[in-house]
Every structure is written in structure tokens, then in C-alpha cells.
Write a protein that binds this ligand. Structure first.
Ligand SMILES: Cc1cc2nc3c(=O)[nH]c(=O)nc-3n(C[C@H](O)[C@H](O)[C@H](O)COP(=O)(O)OP(=O)(O)OC[C@H]3O[C@@H](n4cnc5c(N)ncnc54)[C@H](O)[C@@H]3O)c2cc1C
Length: 404
């Protein structure tokens, strides 16, 4: 991501050892009343039965278009996890993040679009987001999902090596053009595009397309980033191979590192269909490969622009410590950190306070569109063991520290 040093910034203070448990820094962006209402929300989300009920009711209410439903969502979870309903709405969140030295990655939350009209709408929205990013030096990147631009079946058929029908060939050409128009515009405007990783059974054509985009648009600077899911046992090797291919092809690699979001689904499908699961055997193996990938991208930061997209304290600290140990400028545009808006503030603000490039993924979109995203965030913050979530623990610690 491009540097975003404010003109008024003084010389950076010498860095101290990062303490992720510092709740004063983690929540300095929240007033007392904001902090208390966040605590109330996380306490509600801590209850599995309530989240389960809320999730089912939300989907039902969206289907029935119940009029009061939007205002309930807006007065509870929406603004905790989303920047707003449209780009204009997001400006408040963008400015507030920037005030606390944190960048924004805009993420239009539409999912599962299939009609041509809807898909064109997502492309237009992505171009608008790029234009906003270009005029705003606190928004270096936008994020896109290939499945928002094409039907899943098309990607699955390509991955399975099926002979494509004429209409499928046309749809594939259209997908290429759509992605090219977004990445090309990003390149012209000096902005970046993160392409999300999805399920393994449609990821191969996504990888192929993103490599094509990188070959085209990552010559002078990195405009396009692919996503590597390190919960897959083949992805550390893939990262290294893609890097070697980029060097041979005369372009730079863009690599967003994640652990991966579809573990249960992946394992279940592999078992039902009787093929070896692409997922690592256990969490330790995923953590090991994620941290090795962090090491790899930092060591090759001149030819790889990367982002540690994770809420794992150890992995974020590892990246920061490596940058420090290698004596690299922490604001080098190739070395970045990112967390989701409304989550893991203890990581985001404690790391950004030490001068590293940290961003929040800020989803936005009409309430009914972002409901699936909000349900996933609520489920993640639910306590399965009966203990408080990590987020809630930190919030309560800060409330106690402030004596409010
Ligand atoms: C900014 C951002 C962007 C993201 N973009 C994407 C994306 O494009 N595609 C995508 O798939 N995900 C994406 N994610 C989600 C991400 O993949 C993880 O699901 C999520 O961040 C949790 O992992 P973690 O690194 O934060 O930390 P942790 O909480 O330490 O790790 C949890 C993760 O470890 C893995 N894991 C857990 N148990 C096991 C086990 N038994 N065996 C093997 N592995 C296990 C799973 O991946 C699980 O999600 C993104 C996350 C962030 C923060």
C-alpha cells in the first residue's frame, strides 16, 4: 500500500516494544459512551442462543422485507462492523480511522449476485470506490470478490476442465474484461486491489485470472494482490512459485496472507465427495505455514508487496518484529497489516501507534446486502466455551481502567 505520511506528521518517535494488551491505545478512538455501548453489543453477541435466533430472524426479515428490521440492525450491529450504506456514508469512519493512523480498505459487501444487471452494478460500485480511494490518501486499496462478477458454476466448470459452451466462453471473456477494467483503473489511479480468496473448488480460475492481472498491472508498482489461504497445505509452496514466476516475468507479486475462512465447508465437502482435504491437519500446521509465509514476504519485500490480514496476535507481532529486526522502514509501502473494521482494535491501534502500515477492511452496502457478513461477525464473537470473547475482555478491561 502506498505510504500515507500526513504532511503535518512530526518525525516518527523511536519505536517501543509493541504491547498488544495496552487498552488505552486500543480504544483511544472511543468515547466513554461509545465504549459502553460496544461492551453492551459484545455482551449480547457473547450469547450463542441469541446470535442463533438473531441470525435466523435476520434472514427471514430480509426475505419478507420487514420495514422495522433495518432500523434494528442499524441501531445494533451495523455501525460496529460496517462503514455505512454507501461510499459517502463511509467518510466518517475513514476520517476517524485516519485520525488514529489507520488506513481504510473499502469492501463493497454485496454477495451472491447472479444477474447481469446486478453484476454490472458491483463493477460500477468498485470503480467508484477506486475513484474515492484515489482522492483520499487514507484509502490505498479496495477489495473485490471474483464471485461477485461471475457465476460460481462457470468457475467450477473451468476448474473441472469441462468444455465450455459458447455462452460460458462469452461469460468468461466478460469476467476477464470486468476484472481488467477494475485493475486497469486501479493502476491508472495509483490505488491497489485485493482479490479475496474463496473455496478451493473454484479458486484455480481465480488464481489464473489474478496472475494475468498482476502480469499486466504490477510492472512499475503493485496494483493487484492475490490472497493466499495458509490453512491449505499447498499455499506456502504456491506463494513461493508465484514469486519466482513474477521475478521471471518482470513484475512484482502482491500477496495478501490469510489463514482461510471456509475450513468446515472444505473438510465436509472433501469427506462427502471422497477426495483428500486441502486443509492442513491441525491449527498448529496452519499457524506454522502462515508464519513461514510472513517470514517469506518480509524477507522478499522488495519484490513482494504483502499484507498480513489476520486477527492472530502472534502472527502480527511476528511481522512487526521481523521488520524491526531487518531494519526496514516500518512505513515501507510493501509491508502491511490489516484487520476487519470493528474487530481486534487491540492489534490494529497498538501496531499502528508504533508507525507500521495498518488498515481496517471497511465493508459497506445496503443493510439487506451486508446481513450475511454481519451474521458471520456475530457468530465469530459468540462464546462457544461460555467464556467471554477476547474482544469483550479487552473492552471491559478498558472500562475498568477508565473507571467509568
Ligand atoms: C482483513 C482480512 C481479510 C480477509 N480476507 C479473506 C479472504 O480473502 N479469504 C478467506 O478465506 N478469508 C479471509 N479472511 C478470514 C481469514 O481467512 C480467517 O478466517 C480469519 O481472519 C481468522 O484467522 P486469523 O488469522 O485471524 O486468526 P486465528 O484465530 O488464529 O485463526 C483461525 C483460523 O485458523 C484456521 N484453523 C482453525 N482451526 C484449524 C484446524 N483445526 N486446522 C487447520 N486450520 C485451522 C482457520 O483458517 C481459522 O479461520 C480475512 C481476514 C481478514 C482479517
Amino acid at each position: 500500500m502506498e505510504p500515507r505520511i500526513k504532511e503535518s506528521d512530526p518525525e516518527p518517535e523511536p519505536r517501543q516494544k509493541i504491547d498488544l494488551t495496552n487498552t488505552e491505545i486500543a480504544f483511544s478512538h472511543k468515547s466513554n459512551s461509545e465504549l459502553k455501548s460496544t461492551a453492551r453489543l459484545f455482551k449480547l453477541m457473547n450469547r450463542p442462543w441469541l446470535v442463533k435466533l438473531g441470525s435466523s430472524l435476520s434472514l427471514f426479515a430480509v426475505k419478507l422485507r420487514l420495514p422495522f428490521f433495518e432500523s434494528i440492525v442499524k441501531s445494533t450491529v451495523f455501525y460496529q462492523f460496517c462503514g455505512g450504506e454507501n461510499l459517502l456514508d463511509c467518510q466518517t469512519a475513514i476520517d476517524k480511522l485516519y485520525k488514529y493512523d489507520t488506513l481504510t480498505i473499502l469492501d463493497y459487501g454485496a454477495e451472491g449476485k447472479t444477474s447481469e444487471e446486478e453484476i454490472e452494478g458491483v463493477v460500477e460500485e468498485s470503480i467508484k470506490a477506486l475513484e474515492l480511494a484515489a482522492s483520499n490518501n487514507s484509502v490505498p486499496v479496495i477489495s473485490c470478490k471474483i464471485t461477485a462478477f461471475a457465476d460460481n458454476d462457470l468457475l467450477i466448470n473451468i476448474q473441472n476442465g469441462k468444455v465450455l459452451s459458447e455462452s460460458e466462453k462469452q461469460a468468461m471473456n466478460k469476467l476477464y474484461e470486468r476484472l481488467s477494467s477494475i485493475c486497469g483503473r486501479a493502476s491508472e489511479l495509483g490505488v491497489g486491489v485485493f482479490i479475496d480468496a474463496e473455496e478451493s473448488w473454484l479458486q484455480e480460475p481465480i488464481d489464473d485470472l489474478v496472475v494475468k492481472m498482476m502480469e499486466k498491472y504490477n510492472k512499475e508498482r503493485v496494483a493487484v494482490y492475490n490472497t493466499y489461504q495458509l490453512y491449505r497445505h499447498d499455499k506456502l509452496e504456491q506463494l513461493k512459485k508465484d514469486h519466482q514466476a513474477a521475478i521471471a516475468g518482470g513484475y512484482m507479486l502482491g500477496a495478501k496472507l490469510v489463514r482461510g475462512a471456509y475450513m468446515e465447508k472444505e473438510r465436509e465437502r472433501a469427506q462427502v465427495m471422497g477426495y483428500p482435504s486441502p486443509i492442513q491437519q491441525d491449527k498448529e500446521a496452519t499457524d506454522r505455514d502462515f508464519n513461514l509465509a510472513v517470514e517469506y514476504v518480509v524477507q522478499h519485500y522488495e519484490s513482494i508487496a504483502s499484507c498480513c490480514a489476520s486477527h492472530n496476535a502472534g502472527s502480527n507481532l511476528k511481522q512487526a518484529e521481523l521488520i524491526e529486526k531487518m531494519g526496514i522502514d516500518p512505513r515501507h509501502p510493501h509491508l502491511n497489516f490489516c484487520q476487519l473494521y470493528g474487530m481486534s482494535d487491540f492489534i490494529t491501534y497498538n501496531i499502528s501507534s508504533q508507525g507500521y502500515n495498518v488498515a481496517k477492511y471497511v465493508p459497506y452496502g445496503p443493510v439487506k446486502e451486508v446481513i450475511p457478513y454481519l451474521i458471520r461477525r456475530a457468530q465469530e464473537n459468540t462464546s462457544v466455551t461460555g467464556e467471554m470473547s477476547r474482544e469483550l475482555n479487552f473492552i471491559l478491561k478498558e472500562i475498568k481502567r477508565r473507571g467509568i
